[in-house]
Design a protein around this ligand. Structure first.
Ligand SMILES: Nc1ncnc2c1ncn2[C@@H]1O[C@H](COP(=O)(O)OP(=O)(O)O)[C@@H](O)[C@H]1O
Ligand SMILES: [Mg+2]
Length: 419
């Protein structure tokens, strides 16, 4: 039996069972099936598997042709909806032609087949490994078009919203300190158990501040966290809000937090946090003071427990934050420049798809004291491009060593005053 037949039968069984089991939610459908049945962010019962829908859901070019020879399938010539005429036969056939592992990728079917003890299928397991609907780009888009009218477009221009499926850097691509790993694990547990935390009244959770020099992974870790928690990522750069229209800043800050609340559960990442929450000096513009106050108040108002929004602020200049801003975060995570051991690991992780002769990451780590993770990526870029210039795609340790010098030279240029 070929794969397209199995895929179409999976779809027809899923449609039928999902339609009849009102306790299942869109999170119980595999992403591709969910997307095929989506109507502007809503998935309504009954799920009607027309040929068109089936094509989208399975990627099979002619869905009906691939199942029409089975004795338990039918197609309505008028609506082109395909159905199963005898469920028991269809299920028996399906079980014979698939594996337990395959069924685990479909929570709706896992729910149905967990009754069958001999298969050892757990709905629980299937449902935790399935991507939830809020992680789908189409769902975020439909939510945006539902909640935001033409007039609100301006508000959306302020923020960049990413679906977890669109985030490329994952936690396994990043080298974290032990401290960072521990803190992220705590947040993961807090998010998973937020109902319990609400019950016991623990509210001081869900506001993190990432501090450290540029290029140490603050933005990347925040995004990777969204990817790993399957939460939409709402990113805003405060400098963009303040640079153009200082007078509008307060309103824009309000709006940004509003976007996050509407899209929740999500992560709201406020980058360049210092650009508004600077120590308030007496000679400051009244508008900036208002902006600071709005920002502080917005942080107070938003809550992981009540709004399902995890707030992450990031700054390269922690010294410029005033105490009022500091106090509002319940956890500070440090992003130091990487030590030799971390630099070695960053070299290892970032070169995993490259061929490098005599590769010695420890030696490179020893040569790169003071460089950030981002600098190390620049070293690789330099080495790769230099080698390409010589028609090589296989690198050698020597290329990397030379690239380190080149990058360091550039750093010296950067700090020289421009006359
Ligand atoms: N600890 C690290 N491990 C792996 N890559 C890193 C690390 N720190 C920085 N990088 C890389 O450097 C680049 C810049 O990092 P970024 O997250 O933008 O830093 P920041 O927000 O702190 O300025 C990214 O491509 C990131 O993957
Ligand atoms: Mg950053």
């Amino acid at each position: 039996m070929n794969d397209s037949t199995v895929a179409v039968i999976e779809l027809l069984l899923t449609a039928k069972h999902y339609t009849e089991l009102p306790n299942l939610t869109p999170d119980d459908l595999p992403p591709q099936i969910r997307k095929a049945f989506d109507k502007k962010g809503i998935i309504t019962r009954p799920l009607e598997a027309t040929e068109n829908v089936a094509k989208k859901a399975t990627g099979v070019e002619s869905p009906w042709a691939s199942v029409k020879d089975l004795m338990f399938t039918n197609k309505d010539n008028f609506t082109s909806e395909m159905t199963i005429t005898q469920m028991d036969l269809a299920e028996k056939w399906f079980l014979k032609n698939t594996t337990a592992d395959f069924i685990l990728t479909n929570p709706t079917l896992a729910y149905v087949f967990q009754e069958n003890d001999s298969l050892g299928i757990s709905y629980e397991e299937s449902s935790t490994s399935n991507r939830p609907i809020q992680a789908d780009r189409f769902w975020i888009d439909s939510l945006l078009s539902e909640y935001f009218t033409e007039d609100d477009q301006e508000m959306l221009d302020l923020v960049d919203i990413k679906a977890p499926e669109e985030i490329e850097t994952t936690l396994s691509d990043l080298v974290l300190t032990e401290d960072q790993t521990d803190e992220l694990e705590k947040i993961r547990l807090a998010i998973k158990n937020r109902d319990y935390l609400a019950e016991i009244g623990l509210r001081e959770i869900g506001k993190l501040l990432f501090i450290g020099p540029p290029g140490t992974g603050k933005t990347s870790v925040a995004r990777a966290l969204a990817h790993s928690l399957n939460l939409p990522f709402v990113e805003v750069k405060l400098s963009m809000m303040t640079s153009q229209y200082l007078g509008e800043t307060s309103k824009n800050i309000d709006r940004t937090f509003e976007v996050a609340k509407r899209i929740s559960p999500c992560i709201l990442f406020v980058d360049e946090f210092d650009s508004v929450a600077k120590t308030r000096r007496s000679d400051e513009h009244a508008a900036l003071k208002r902006a600071v106050n709005t920002l502080l108040k917005s942080i107070d108002d938003i809550s992981l427990i009540r709004h399902d929004v995890l707030l992450i602020g990031a700054t390269n200049h922690p010294d410029q934050l005033d105490t009022a801003a500091w106090r509002r975060f319940d956890d500070i995570i440090h992003f130091p420049l990487p030590d030799a051991d971390m630099r070695k690991k960053i070299f290892e992780v970032t070169t995993k798809y490259m061929v490098i002769e005599d590769f010695d990451p420890s030696k490179l780590a020893a040569l790169t004291e003071g460089l950030s993770g981002s600098d190390i990526r620049l070293v690789l870029r330099e080495a790769v491009l230099e080698a390409l210039g010589e028609n090589r795609t296989i690198l050698a340790q020597k290329d990397l060593v030379e690239a380190v010098s080149a990058i360091e030279k550039r750093d010296i240029l950067k700090t020289m005053p421009l006359e």
